[in-house]
Design a protein around this ligand. Structure first.
Ligand code: FE2
Ligand code: FE2
Length: 303
């Protein structure tokens, strides 16, 4: 049932791979604004043929800013969830609480990592970029859902970071080394989180039973629908940020195409990359093959 993952082993691996923020971003490690920040598979700027090469680069970097802000927000959602799960009941694994405490500490560090990158972005990018919010309201809306649905949501997000790192490796050319390092180092620690999430998911699923799990999968899809609406809002903000950055307003047809294609690109970045990730599907499917099938059926809409 527990996939062979062990709290003590995961804590030991976490301590071994642990890194410091200053090793990834800082005065001696600046972001390179002549390069792309996100892999093209997520930014999808080439689909917008009415933009010049320089304008596509600006859009890629705006999407990079949105990635930083979105993950800062998501981490703010995850930390209190993990802290709430950390106290262990008698009879549970003795390393359960230390492993989950360490998990929360790492996510708090990740928030600071994304804040530092966002600050470096603001210093290097000529015009301001918008981001959805208020963040507190979005976090509260996600957290108003049931514990099991939120556990699936967190599991999905952790595995999505693997997809982000994998695709940055595949598109090795031209991505800013600092941004690529962010994706790599984030996944190095998320890799343990994803396994700890699976353990929490198993605990909650056992208590809920098969019907409870399927209800939670349905609720998880509702959270996905909310996220999709926020991504549509973010796409409109990105359009405004791009027009400010390139100093021209796009035509009506171009704007419509931008909104349609970039919303889909956002879907793949934050939803599809989780729903299509084999690690996520495996972890879910071990508890609920039926739930896995349901998610595989909706995944193509987010790719
Ligand atoms: Fe994280
Ligand atoms: Fe994480």
């Amino acid at each position: 049932m527990f996939q062979g993952h062990d709290y003590q082993r995961l804590l030991e691996i976490s301590k071994r791979v642990n890194w410091r923020i200053e090793d990834i971003i800082g005065p001696d490690r600046p972001m390179d604004f002549d390069r792309r920040f996100l892999p093209e598979s997520f930014a999808r700027t080439a689909e917008l043929e009415f933009l010049s090469g320089a304008e596509r680069l600006k859009l890629n970097q705006i999407r990079g800013f949105g990635y930083l802000a979105m993950f800062e927000l998501v981490e703010r959602c995850i930390v209190p969830v993990i802290e709430a799960h950390a106290p262990s009941a008698p009879g549970q694994h003795p390393y359960r609480t230390p492993a989950l405490d360490n998990f929360a500490v790492e996510e708090t560090k990740h928030i600071e990592l994304f804040v530092r990158f966002r600050r470096a972005f603001a210093e290097g990018f000529a015009t301001p970029c918008g981001f959805i919010g208020p963040a507190d309201e979005i976090v509260a809306t996600i957290r108003s859902h049931g514990a099991l649905a939120i556990a699936i949501f967190v599991l999905a997000i952790e595995w999505a970071t693997q997809q982000h790192w994998l695709e940055s490796v595949q598109e090795d050319d031209g991505i800013d080394p600092q941004f690529k390092s962010l994706l790599k180092h984030h996944w190095m620690e998320e890799s343990q989180h994803a396994k700890l999430d699976a353990l929490i998911f198993h605990e909650l699923a056992e208590a809920a039973g098969p019907q409870g799990v399927m209800a939670a999968v349905g609720e998880f899809l509702q959270i996905g629908g909310l996220v999709d609406g926020w991504l549509a809002d973010q796409t409109r903000l990105d359009l405004a940020s791009l027009e400010a950055a390139i100093g021209r307003r796009l035509g009506q047809a171009e704007r419509a195409r931008f909104l349609e294609r970039q919303h889909q690109a956002q879907r793949w970045t934050f939803l599809g990359s989780a729903l299509a990730n084999q690690g996520f599907l495996k972890a879910l499917g071990e508890v609920s093959p039926e739930g896995r099938t349901q998610l595989e059926q909706v995944a193509p809409a987010f790719c």
